[in-house]
Design a binder for this molecule. Structure first.
Ligand code: TRP
Length: 472
């Protein structure tokens, strides 16, 4: 693939495949491995999963293309990219607000995302210790009761300083790569870690397919029960689709801004969305057989990956080693996403305040540190602190869940509605047609989706999600 340059003085991806891997790295992360199975389990399986796939195809994919094309045309931070497209289209510079919402969302997400990244580091550590205790050949946690393995997560939650330490460590690793820049930091992580990640995930899924309750899993994930498709389930599926594809929060605008002119954005968007959905489904197919075979509940929520997955390694040959490798891979996937998240506000600070990249990265991370500590503490000492108790959508939720909810259920859908209206109706048609790399029927379908389906579906889902009583 020909080498491309993101801009004359601006850093950029070194090739098309570097962009594809980095964008897949951004999309594939804890959202697929941890959040998707947890959400699918909590929202009843099949209805959620199928609606999710529909959201990816009909809404996520068109928005993904819209975001990358804004970025590629703008060749600047997300808000500046939107402003440039707006000015080329003789539209109001106020449209840049849509990207400012995104920058805010990415900042909020990175703070709690790195908290979960810290949990992954904890499990990497747990398995390293276990390699010495259980040995290399037998299963992990030799001689331990499965309940004791599950108790590892609550034990970590009960230790605030450990949680904060792990969070800070994960954030620091993220800062290290973002500070080094696009082609020599961000891209390096993705091109090394993503291929290794795929190999391990497929291997563990195949193992699970032979050992666990695979048939029950297929039933659970793919049986469509229409009565389960309520407003909140639809909003959860939509929020998850956007979270997983890194959309609605300026992430793909930012990554798109480092893409060279000769890359076809239509086909690359298709590759990115397919890879992301593939990994989410694979994560479900990998986790639920273990859950069902162990007689555990599918709706265990956040604990699913951390508490049930380790069961699989208990009776697997070389379980401790494989468990270690697996959590290491999850850590890699999480890192390629946290790097992408931190890049969004960082690129904006670099450009807006003209501060050199390493300092900008540190500044943004310092602010995220504050929120992240609150999020980490919401699992222990601040468990009863519910900052938005007066808003029904967030009542009874701690800081972690509030940050997740505000972004996935409000900021991201609103950002996406604005993107679709902007690209579908406001932006100059010629500009859009030149950037999108589509022709013929595909182009027509994409335009119809961006113009009509996306805004209407997004507004409808947002409303029934926020006011569930309307859908009854
Ligand atoms: N998609 C990432 C994941 O699935 C998380 C994420 C959400 C993200 N929004 C983002 C990553 C924006 C980069 C940019 O884990």
């Amino acid at each position: 693939m020909a080498l491309t340059q993101g801009g004359s003085t601006r850093d950029g991806w070194s090739s098309r495949s570097a962009f594809i891997l980095a964008a897949i790295g951004s999309a594939v992360g804890l959202g697929n491995l941890w959040r998707f199975p947890a959400e699918a389990g909590a929202n009843g399986g099949g209805a959620f999963v199928l609606f999710y796939i529909g959201c990816v195809l009909l809404i996520g994919l068109p928005i993904l293309l819209s975001e990358t094309l804004i970025g590629r045309h703008g060749q600047a931070s997300a808000p500046e990219s939107v402003r440039r497209v707006a000015s080329a289209s003789k539209a109001s510079p106020m449209w840049a607000m849509l990207a400012n919402i995104g920058v805010l969302a990415a900042f909020l997400i990175v703070s709690f995302y790195c908290v979960v990244g810290g949990w992954v580091l904890y499990y990497v550590g747990v398995f390293v210790v276990d390699i010495f205790q259980s040995g290399l050949t037998g299963g992990a946690f030799a001689g331990q009761d499965p309940k004791a393995v599950e108790a590892l997560l609550p034990a970590m939650f009960a230790n605030p300083s450990l949680m904060i330490g792990l969070f800070v460590l994960f954030l620091a690793i993220t800062v290290f790569f973002v500070a080094r820049g696009v082609s020599s930091g961000i891209e390096v992580v993705a091109t090394w870690m993503m291929p290794a990640f795929f190999v391990l995930l497929i291997a563990i899924t195949i193992y699970g397919a032979f050992g666990g309750a695979f048939g029950q899993t297929i039933d659970f994930l793919f049986t469509f029960e229409p009565e389960r498709l309520t407003g909140p389930v639809m909003l959860a599926a939509l929020g998850q689709a956007f979270f997983s594809l890194s959309l609605g929060m300026a992430g793909m605008i930012t990554y798109g801004s480092y893409v060279g002119r000769n890359v076809n954005l239509g086909s690359t968007s298709g590759i990115i969305a397919s890879a992301d959905t593939f990994v989410a489904l694979l994560a479900g197919l990998c986790l639920f057989p273990i859950v069902f075979a162990a007689g555990l509940e599918a709706n265990a929520g956040p604990g699913l990956m951390f508490q049930t997955l380790p069961h699989a390694f208990q009776d697997m040959p070389a379980g401790a080693l494989i468990g270690f490798l697996f959590f290491l891979m999850i850590g890699f996937a999480a890192l390629t996403s946290s790097v992408a998240l931190l890049e969004v506000p960082t690129a904006w600070v670099v450009e807006k305040f003209r501060i050199v990249r390493p300092v900008s990265t540190a500044l943004v991370a310092f602010c995220a540190l504050f929120l992240g500590v609150l999020a980490a503490l919401s699992f222990n000492v601040l468990a009863d602190f519910h900052p938005l108790d007066f808003i029904p959508l967030f009542a009874g939720q701690g800081v972690f869940d509030v940050l997740d909810g505000i972004t996935a259920k409000l900021l991201v859908p609103i950002g996406a509605i604005l993107v679709s209206i902007f690209v579908g109706w406001v932006a100059d048609r010629q500009l859009v047609d030149m950037e999108n790399g589509l022709s013929g029927v595909l182009h027509f379908v994409w335009l119809m989706l961006v113009r009509f389906v996306c805004p209407i579906a997004l507004i409808a889902i947002l409303i029934v999600g926020i006011f569930p009583s309307l859908s009854q």
